[in-house]
Design a protein around this ligand. Sequence first.
Ligand SMILES: [Zn+2]
Length: 282
Amino acid sequence: MNTDRCLSFYLSDGAMKGHFCRLSDSITNALHNHSYPSKINTLLSEMTAISQCFSMDIKSNSQTTMQLTGTSPVKLALVNSLDCKFFRCCATLDQASNIDVDGLSVPQLFGQNGKLVFTIDFENQHYQTIVELSASSLQECFQHYFIQSQQIPTIVMVCSSISDNKIESAALLLQKMPSSSAINKEDYNDIWHEVSCFAATIKPHELLSTGPSMERLIELVFNGLSPIVSRETTLAFQCTCNHEKIINIIKSLDSQSGDENLEVICEYCNKKYTIDKTEIDS
Ligand SMILES: [Zn+2]
C-alpha cells in the first residue's frame, strides 16, 4: 500500500472533521536533492504534512502555497501543492548568517517580522491569508492561524523522524464544523471536548508509519465518535519546472544577459538548466 496519503474523516455525524496525512517516500524524494540542515528538513517535512491537510478542504484543481517568511537565519520555507496530490518544497537560508539553526524555536528561525502566509490559487483567483509567527512551535503557529483567519477551534498535531536516508512526517488536523441546528450548543461543546481528550492520547510516533495503519489509528482513537473516512488521496513529490518556464522567468526578470549561456538551478528540485543566450533574446 502507498505510504504517502492523506485521509479526511468525519466524527459524530459530521459535527467535527479531521484530516490525517502521512509522508515517507515522497518527502524523502523532495528533500534528498538538497543539503539543508536537519532542522530545516524537519521544518519542511512537517509543513508539507500540514499543508496537505489544509489542502483537503479546497476545491480540486487548486494550487496552494504555504510560506513561512522572515529575515535570518531562515528567509523562507515554502511548500507548493497541486490538488492535494503533488507537492514540492524548498527553503532559503540567509547565507551571511552563521547561526546554528538546531534548537531554535520557530520565531527564532525566522528572525524579525516572521509571517505565515497561505495562498490559494484557483481559476485565476488568488486568496491569501497572512498571520504573525508568534508561537514557539509549528503546531501552535498553525493553531493560531486558524483562530486568526477562520475563528474555528482547531487542533493541529505534527511530528517527523529524520535518519540518514529516510525522512518521514505526519500531521493530524481536527476541526469543529460550523454548528448545525441538529445538535444543541452544549452537546456540541461536549463533543469537541471529547475530541480534544481523545487526540491528547495519541503519541507522536503513532502518527508516523511505525504506528498502526492510518485507518486503524483513526478507528482506535476516535472509536466512541463513529469516525467515517470521506476522502483519500495519495501524494507524490513532483516539480513542475521545465526549460520553457525557466526561460519565461529569466525574461520576466528583465536582467541584462551577457555573452555567456546561463546556468539556472531549480530551487525546488535542484535540476540544472542551461539556457542559450539566443533563447532569451528571441
Ligand atoms: Zn524543479
